[in-house]
Design a protein around this ligand. Sequence first.
Ligand code: SAM
Ligand code: SF4
Length: 376
Amino acid sequence: MNDPVAEVREVAFDPVQDGRAQREVRVELRRRPEPKAHRVDPSQMPRSGPLVDSYNRIHDDLRLSITDRCNFRCVYCMPGEGMVFQERSELLSFDELYRVASIARGLGVNSVRLTGGEPLIRRGVVGFIARLGALGFEDIAMTTNGTKLAEHARALREGGLRRVNISCDSLRADRFRAIRRRGELDEVLDAMSAAEAAGLGPIKVNVVLIAGVNDDEVIDFATFGRETNRIVRFIEFMPLDAPGHWQRSEVVPGARIFEQINARFPLEAVRSDVIDPAPAQRFRYVDGKGEIGLISSVTEPFCGTCNRLRLTADGAIRNCLFSNDESSIRDLLRSGATDAQIETVFRQAVWGKFPGHGINDPGFLRPQRSMSMIGG
Ligand code: SAM
Ligand code: SF4
């Protein structure tokens, strides 16, 4: 469990020295406010059957982060310089990841999504997908920035990868570079084509919109999706950037995106008889030219149907992106724990899940780990 203590640095300023910061004089530990009351009765936790929380949400979707490293430095995710990554020895090996995945499979997890950091920069990922493929998951997917996808797409597909989400936040080369700080738009567009040629289509294109940065490209992206048969998913900027610069005013509400696209290309909701736990609200174009997704995590949280849990690259189970609490299983894995012991940690992590992420609550505290450290 996380230490609920936050570090607060105080820096001394010396007016005689032009007010320049002299040195850090005090490091004070301030207790984080206790999370709002959330009591679950451990004796009620099921010891068999699917992974279920105390609100009856069944968890059958696992996000596996396989690295916290990345070859990009997107403005909404990492600082331009100085991002600190974990030691390689702290990350789970592929054998450890495989063991966790097989335990999760036994607990009813049907779908796995590989993420990071950038999953395709970890050597051996193609072979790992093939091993996962043999575990019988109904769905194996990946979220990637696309830079290494063209070279691996066919092998990934043959290994059992079924779907891919490719992040791309601008269709203008100079702006793409400014947002992602590294890489080229053309490389990512080529990756989309390569993924389709390898049988990974229809692909989803993840677009994080930031007010005043790229929100003038909503119609361009809609047009792009309609012309290429790619499903563009507009994601609200979440308070999960490592520098901690997120501002609510930078969030582009999904409802506004809907209005803008609907006025130009009429949309209708994609209805389903079953409750869809996917985070995106799906809309299709009335003229049949594909669909879009809106992931309005900030303005319209979808926690009520959440079925996801996450494993960080260093082996911590998190029941929510925004959780301030996590359970490490790495040490258990490395100290000879049985599968049954690890299953119990999974069950406890899910059982203790809050009803919602609380971003809009007055006492909201952003998690200590940022998106790329958790696995988006
Ligand atoms: N590196 C891969 C990529 O960029 O697709 C996978 C990991 S990335 C953390 C997963 C997704 O999270 C990407 O679609 C990215 O755009 C999104 N993301 C990162 N930081 C975010 C933030 N602060 N708010 C909303 N989405 C974010
Ligand atoms: Fe890397 Fe993905 Fe974060 Fe961008 S969003 S810095 S590509 S992990």
